[in-house]
Design a protein around this ligand. Structure first.
Ligand SMILES: [Zn+2]
Length: 297
């Protein structure tokens, strides 16, 4: 089995060498001495592509990987980032072209592919569980809300921007759209809704019985159930995973109750839902493995 490099771009850039569907060595963060910036949001697109190239170069140094897969948030099409509400500086960026040019400058010739970050998580779940022959769908709950699927398939699959509310007051999505899932569950959206509280404080207050916070936490779970139920009605039942930086906020029994209320047609009731603890290696493994299977650049 050949090796590959997996790079994940979220609020930071991490990368590692992937061999036999596993992380070989450790995930490393790039740049290696980050200054005290607010993550990547203030890094211009050009510099971000340079950081990605440095990450690939450093990870490739110990071996001769055949490919590199780069996972990033947003809607990628034919190597171009069409939109990325959580890394807006990438909008319109020809990411494949920029990364390829940066690697050439460094004398590196390896096949690169770019993937949506949630799709990379889905591929990582499939690879690490020996399920590359199955369909995997995953929701990632973090800064934004990602929807990923494996095997890779053409299309935007912007599940985080699925409309789950018709209430015109639901206007907090970073993309500007009304009633979106991410407008309820996303980190930035929660901060806009509760101007005086951080998202963690909202969940803590809900557990202590604060009514406004408890109502919101219920809305948060219903929104995720609604998006999952819509997916099930469109594509059928099957296995759904839930993971991501803020996955500890999810109460699975609560999600299951809402799903039970939303899905009543018997052919759709054979779905299963599973929570996976946050593991930054999943997306890196997925990006690396998928880069050897599908060339997306
Ligand atoms: Zn949106």
């Amino acid at each position: 089995m050949s090796s590959s490099v997996g790079v994940v771009v979220t609020t930071r850039v991490v990368a590692g060498l992937i061999q036999d569907h596993r992380l070989h060595g450790e995930l490393r963060e790039f740049p290696e001495n980050p200054d005290s910036t607010n993550g990547l949001i203030e890094v211009p697109a050009e510099s971000l592509c340079e950081i990605i190239c440095d990450a690939i170069q450093a990870s490739a140094a110990r071996s001769e990987p055949a490919a590199a897969g780069i996972a990033m948030p947003g809607y990628l099409h034919q190597g171009v980032m069409l939109d990325s509400p959580n890394l807006p500086q990438l909008k319109g960026e020809r990411v494949c072209e920029s990364i390829r040019a940066g690697l050439e400058k460094r004398g590196l010739k390896l096949k690169i592919s770019v993937f949506n970050d949630a799709d990379a998580v889905a591929a990582g779940i499939a690879a690490s569980r020996g399920q590359l022959d199955r369909q995997i769908r995953v929701w990632t709950i973090g800064n934004g809300i990602g929807y990923g699927r494996y095997p890779w398939s053409e299309g935007p699959w912007e599940g985080g921007h699925m409309v789950v509310s018709l209430d015109p007051r639901e206007k907090y999505c970073g993309c500007g759209g009304l009633g979106h899932l991410e407008g309820i569950m996303g980190h930035r959206a929660m901060r806009l809704r509760f101007l005086d509280m951080e998202p963690d404080e909202v969940f803590a207050a809900a557990h202590k019985g604060d009514r406004r916070c408890a109502e919101f936490v219920d809305l948060w779970h219903r929104a995720l159930a609604a998006a999952t139920a819509s997916q099930i009605h469109l594509e059928g039942a099957g296995r759904f995973y839930y993971t991501g930086r803020d996955i500890q906020r999810l109460e699975l029994p609560r999600l299951k109750n809402h799903l039970y209320e939303m899905i009543k047609m018997s052919p759709f009731q054979s779905y299963t839902v599973e929570v996976l603890p946050e593991d930054p290696a999943l997306a890196a493994i997925g990006a690396g493995v998928a880069a050897l299977i599908h060339h997306r650049c």
